[in-house]
Design a protein around this ligand. Structure first.
Ligand SMILES: Cc1cc2nc3c(=O)[nH]c(=O)nc-3n(C[C@H](O)[C@H](O)[C@H](O)COP(=O)(O)OP(=O)(O)OC[C@H]3O[C@@H](n4cnc5c(N)ncnc54)[C@H](O)[C@@H]3O)c2cc1C
Length: 488
């Protein structure tokens, strides 16, 4: 009898873990006694605000409020919360700044929402070892600012960097604007200190540059979306800060010319740009409307923003000239060079506003984060155009074209049968993405939002391995349940 009921549990189609419990008033009181005053909240309004990220709750089957919020201030307090919840099979969902775009920090099964906002100290900038030691609640951009004061750079640079936390970046393996040259957040991690779901404190990696002693758990945790361990301290590599940089704004006649141009920079100028970002015509129009600004060539099919770095005036000038000349010979209408901070910031502000502008002006859309090998970007862009025509939709495409990661948005406001059109167009795009050797998410993650679609992109073997790794870290299934794959 017993074996049979266990087998039935595994077949639960919603992947629910039947033994998880909700947290109640008694748990709030006990956790409060454990952590001290002011660190536990049961305020309903506050819980509602914290129990979501940037994905509208309606897109994930409605709100999923936690039962209570905790605000630990140290690794030991995080461990105490984990031990408490583990003993009582209460789910814990870790939360950074809540800027996620996949519902990762949404407490899908209720329980405790653990905010890292009070663990926000930069503990060390270690110039000798070129690294920073930080707590997970530090705002990403602050790390680079602290490094800059010592002539160093932290190169993780998501567009949300002024708001997101570094712990959230690690958990999502966040990408951003400099991946084309420096890699995503995972490539910046030297070591992690973590609290496992049973409350034990475990370190992975350290300040060393190499380490093949055992498995590379730090890399495994990068992108694990808070499902394997709570990250309580992070050691990040720093780099010497380039002395000079310039941003080029390059309007191209057509979108096709703009995307075909990007890989030629490395091949023909022999420089990897620090950033290579794309905004199609509609993305430019949205940024103009949202910021009440004007681009010099709004009629262009697409704009590229290219950022180049160098240590000497002549070195940077040579690079700017070589890339600019190649642009003009390849369909660019003009090349604008921004070297001073203010004009560069203005450019980046326009690029970073597109996602918010879509949310502000549209209510019915599909927001995708597709990634393909860089050589296949032109075909992905064609497929977006085809989907828009076939299903009568508008589309906005922008993003990190230099690393093959495009934020594709299909817009369906005011259209009849909007959901059917969006669903069919998305499935068509997923099919093309797979054929092109691409996948579902380049940087925003799976979370709750893409959990069902992930099955199309992960083989049964991979899904089974994900569940087994999850069970190895979290046999009780309490940490961020219901995320990434069904059954997690
Ligand atoms: C305007 C805008 C622009 C964006 N641009 C980019 C971009 O360029 N590149 C990019 O990659 N993303 C981008 N994002 C998405 C988002 O900012 C990133 O995913 C970011 O890494 C989330 O960080 P957060 O602190 O807000 O995490 P949250 O949203 O709070 O959480 C994200 C995930 O991390 C887990 N988590 C958080 N902290 C911890 C911890 N200490 N230990 C374990 N798990 C934890 C959560 O459970 C959740 O699964 C953008 C978002 C917005 C709104």
């Amino acid at each position: 009898m017993e074996r049979r009921s266990r087998r039935l549990e595994r077949k639960d189609p919603f992947g629910r873990h039947p033994r998880l419990n909700r947290a109640g008033a008694e748990d709030a009181a006990e956790l409060s006694a454990l952590l001290g005053p002011g660190k536990v909240s049961v305020d309903e309004e506050r819980i509602r605000t914290y129990s979501r990220d940037e994905v509208p709750p309606a897109a994930m089957g409605g709100p999923h409020p936690a039962d209570l919020l905790v605000f630990p201030e140290s690794a030991e307090e995080v461990a105490a919360v984990a031990r408490y919840c583990h003993d009582r099979r209460i789910p814990i969902t870790p939360r950074g700044a809540g800027t996620g775009l996949s519902g990762g920090a949404v407490p899908a099964r209720g329980g405790v929402l653990l905010s890292f906002e009070r663990m926000n100290r930069i503990l060390e900038i270690d110039e000798a070892n070129l690294c920073a030691v930080v707590e997970p609640g530090v705002v990403t951009a602050e790390i680079d600012r602290a490094a800059a004061a010592r002539g160093l750079a932290y190169v993780g640079d998501p567009c949300s960097g002024d708001a997101s936390f570094i712990g959230g970046n690690v958990a999502e393996n966040a990408g951003g604007n400099k991946v084309v040259r420096y890699g995503a957040t995972g490539a910046q991690i030297l070591g992690l200190e973590t609290v496992l779901p049973n409350g034990s404190l475990v370190r992975f990696g350290g300040k060393r540059r190499k380490d093949v002693t055992g498995y590379d758990f730090a890399r495994l945790l990068a992108g694990s979306e808070g499902t394997l361990a709570l990250i309580v301290r992070i050691i990040l590599r720093l780099l010497p800060r380039p002395r000079r940089s310039a941003a080029l704004l390059c309007p191209f006649r057509t979108l096709a010319e703009a995307v075909a141009f990007v890989p030629r920079i490395a091949r023909e100028v022999r420089v990897i740009p620090t950033s290579a970002e794309l905004m199609d015509r509609r993305a430019v129009a949205l940024a103009e409307r949202y910021l009440s600004t004007r681009f010099p060539h709004p009629e262009a099919g697409a704009h590229l923003i290219l950022e180049l770095e160098g240590n000497h005036r002549e070195e940077l000038a040579d690079r700017v000239e070589a890339v600019g000349d190649l642009c003009l010979a390849s369909g660019a209408l003009e090349v604008y060079v921004a070297e001073d901070r203010t004009s560069r910031d203005r450019l980046w502000r326009a690029r970073k506003s597109v996602g918010e502008a879509i949310g502000a002006f549209y209510s019915k859309f599909a927001k995708e984060d597709l990634v393909v090998p860089t050589s296949a970007v032109p075909e992905l862009v064609e497929a977006v155009g085809e989907a828009a025509v076939r299903w009568g939709l508008d589309s906005v495409t922008y993003g990190h074209v230099g690393d093959g990661n495009l934020h594709v948005n299909l817009l369906a406001d005011d259209l009849p049968e909007a959901d059917r059109r969006l669903g069919e167009a998305r499935r068509f795009l997923y099919g093309r993405t797979l054929e092109l050797g691409g996948t579902l998410s380049g940087e925003h993650g799976i979370g709750l939002k893409r959990r069902r679609d992930a099955g199309l992109f992960l083989s049964p073997e991979e899904r089974a391995l994900i569940r087994r790794v999850k069970r190895a870290f979290d046999p009780a299934g309490i940490l961020n349940p219901g995320k990434i794959v069904e059954g997690n």
